[in-house]
Write a protein that binds this ligand. Structure first.
Ligand code: C2O
Ligand code: CU
Length: 546
């Protein structure tokens, strides 16, 4: 095993990823940032200098379980204090499994300002992957807003509430196209011929097979991704091998990663479109475009066709069907325990708290404490957050998920769920109608520090007596991010076997900001010495051995 050492400088720079010039957060001048390349068993060291000048920072390694290193999870308020402007923080962790992972900011809503990138881990020497390909590529899909994260976060936390709205453009590997004629005028604000916003080009050699690692780190949007004239064979999801299945389009939710195999077997005398479009919300954003370039055609030559439109935005059945199609690959199945020790039901609702619009789980809207939980737990500073545990269910006999309740008020809390170490926990995510009374949104839930088995999805209200009988205990896929579909439920199982404190939250940036998350503690007594670099804020001043 090797050490992979990276030195990053994070700062604000003017960028025009979709032709519209605005401040973006870059790593060493780039957004998306550099791809971390490592091999199973390697240690990754990233020294991050915060040169944002006026802003704190924290970086999360999404999909890396941080076994034995809970303090390196990079979750501000949960596992560490923020990194102050001018400071350098050293992240150090092991990548213990091959697969496709991500990294991104985990402080405020910074992720959507451009601080994100991919992590690609290859199998250890002597291990092979259960599928063959000639070349390996990665792209990240994202949505892009022209307002600053300050304006957005402030609007979400105001009375009256100001919603962030639909994104201005969709980016494929950091490139999109905003229609400059609809931009506010001003010299150089939007420049359609800026080379920074020329479409991303993936050049391929006819006849070859490509492994394309596609991830989504959208702030809001659920997406569909497709390549004109080519189908895709899904072989990996969130670092786990998938029983291969073929799709024309891939639905992707923020925080998910997939590998697909694509054979360059179409007419090689032309180029093709790669497109991404919004689903699950009525789109008000033009589709993202990139060029699938058959060598030796000119990479900038537009395909002779109109870009494929992608699937209908308002067809939840197709999305549910794709979620259900994902199964663990024969030969790479990790079987879940037959039963669980505990079931926690999480009802997802939109609520009001003192007139503010919030999201809540079982009527509790999450807030972060000022002292990170991990440090507070380890040093017995229990008074720094609410000691009463949040509810582990709701009145599912009476509750109607299709109706907005008469009283939409919820409460705020930073209380946490304590899981007994090494027990098996089932989580049921239950969706419901939003406060407007007409729609139910898609929420991608992401668990830090673990992978979970996806036991099933369903529509309507989860039936605690009948639905568990339909769980897939034979070949469920393991993931770290999973959607709960409109008016539906998703059932997960995981082992609470990673000592630490871990966030579980909706990966939609504004939903988490509005309280859509919970925190689990397990085996805190087994956590070893914590690095003093994660301390220093709130009541964690002066703790640790410097
Ligand atoms: Cu990728 Cu807590 O998130
Ligand atoms: Cu959400």
């Amino acid at each position: 095993a090797r050490i992979r050492h990276y030195k990053w400088e994070v700062k604000y720079e003017y960028k025009s990823p979709d032709c519209y010039k605005k401040l973006a957060i870059t790593i060493n001048g780039r957004s998306p940032g550099p791809t971390i390349l490592a091999q199973e068993g390697d240690t990754v060291i990233v020294e991050v200098k915060n040169s944002l000048m006026l802003e704190n920072l924290a970086i999360h390694w999404h999909g890396i379980r941080q076994i034995g290193t809970p303090g390196m999870d990079g979750t501000e308020g949960v596992t560490q204090c923020p990194v102050l402007p001018g400071d350098t923080f050293k992240y150090e962790f092991k990548v213990d499994r091959p697969g496709t992972y991500l990294y991104h900011a985990h402080y405020g809503m910074q992720r959507e300002a451009g601080l994100y990138g991919s992590i690609r881990v290859s199998p250890a020497d002597g291990k092979t992957e259960p599928f063959a390909y000639d070349y390996d590529r990665s792209i990240i899909l994202n949505d892009w807003y022209h307002k600053s994260t300050y304006e957005q976060a402030t609007g979400l936390s105001s009375i009256p509430f100001v919603w962030v709205g639909e994104p201005q453009s969709l980016l494929i590997q950091g490139r999109g196209k905003f229609n400059c004629s609809s931009a506010p005028s001003g010299p150089g604000v939007c420049n359609a011929s800026n080379p920074e916003c020329s479409p991303y080009v993936m050049t391929i050699i006819p006849g070859k097979t490509y492994r394309l690692r596609v991830s989504s780190l959208t702030a809001l949007s659920a997406l569909s991704f497709q390549i004109e004239g080519h189908n895709m064979t899904v072989v990996e999801a969130d670092g786990h091998y998938v029983e291969p299945f073929v799709v024309d389009n891939l639905f992707m939710y923020s925080g998910e990663t997939y590998s697909v195999l694509i054979k360059a077997d179409q007419d090689p005398s032309r180029n093709y479109w790669m497109t991404t479009n919004v689903v699950s919300r009525e789109p008000n954003t033009t589709d993202g475009l990139a060029i699938f370039n058959y060598y030796p055609n000119h990479p900038r030559r537009s395909p002779p066709t109109t870009p494929p439109a992608g699937p209908m935005w308002n067809d939840p059945t197709a999305r549910l069907a794709q979620s259900q199609a994902i199964k663990a690959r024969q030969g790479s199945i990790s079987t879940p325990p037959e039963t669980s020790n505990r079931t926690i039901v999480f009802l997802n609702t939109q609520n009001r708290v003192n007139g503010y619009t919030r999201w809540a789980v079982n009527n509790v809207s999450f807030t972060l404490p000022h002292t990170p939980y991990l440090v507070a737990e380890k040093y017995n500073l229990r008074h720094v957050y609410n000691q009463s545990p949040p509810p582990t269910g709701y009145d599912f006999e009476k509750y109607n998920i299709y109706d907005v309740p008469a009283n939409t008020n919820a409460s705020l809390s930073d209380g946490i769920y304590r899981l007994e170490f090494n027990t098996t926990v089932d989580i049921i995510l239950q969706n419901a109608v939003s406060m407007g009374g007409t729609t139910s949104e898609t929420h991608p839930w992401h668990l830090h520090g673990h992978d979970f088995w996806v036991l099933g999805y369903g529509t309507g209200k989860f039936d605690i007596n009948e639905d568990p009988k339909k769980y897939n205990l034979v070949n469920p896929i393991m993931k770290n991010t999973v959607p709960v579909h409109p008016y539906g439920w998703t059932a997960l199982r995981f082992k609470a076997d990673n000592p630490g404190v871990w966030l579980f939250h909706c990966h939609i940036e504004s939903h988490f900001h509005m309280g859509m998350g919970v925190v689990f503690e397990e085996g805190i007594e087994k956590v070893g010495n914590l690095p003093s670099s994660i301390m220093g804020c709130g009541e964690s001043k002066g703790l640790g051995n410097p």
